[in-house]
Design a binder for this molecule. Sequence first.
Ligand code: HEM
Length: 194
Amino acid sequence: MPAQLRSQRLNRAIHAPHQQLDALVKSYTPFDSREHFAHFVVAQYRFQRALQPLYRDPRLVALIPDLAERCRAQQAADDLIDLGMEIPPAEADTLGDLPVAAALGWLFVSEGSKLGAAFLIKRAAALGLSESFGARHLGEPAGGRAEGWKRFTRMLDGLALSEHEDTLAEHAAGAAFERFTVLLRQAYAHTAPA
Ligand code: HEM
């Protein structure tokens, strides 16, 4: 049997954390009102801001030429403005200086989350939000969601990584889910308990 592709192994590794995060997101009922949704966007913004150094990292841009345009920090910031929220201040805790393999694990989660975003933006539409107002960061990426994801995973699957590097990538994907979970809890901390 051929060894599984790296993207398939990562998909398997994130299955349980993804299910948990999906359930947590839903428990906060982000689509009940614009106000509920705005807290979700705060978490998305802080996550994208933390990842910004990776989206600009020349070592990674060499692997994914359109990487810088894939970052959604600006769209999330614009969404916050649309929703009347303050932009959270810059944080020291961004991701810099990671080994390439670990950076790819974080990017796998950020890029993969654009797939679920296809479902989320439909729900946001019921609140009068769209990819040009309030839900920009959930919008269809240039060239399409499926195509963008395919190009990312094709690159990932084509890389020669050591076993150690594969482990780093997997752990980083787990860390990305943990980070998003923390950001989500913080974003909803002062709202009614989930
Ligand atoms: C920060 C990371 C992520 C968050 C917050 C997130 C959130 C969500 C949520 C809330 C849904 C449910 C949408 C609905 O039912 O209305 C969903 C669905 C989905 N997500 Fe994610 N996701 C993340 C990362 C990923 C990653 C890394 C992948 C793939 C590698 C992925 C792939 C999908 C797919 C394909 C769906 C569609 C339904 C399904 O198969 O479960 N997501 N996501």
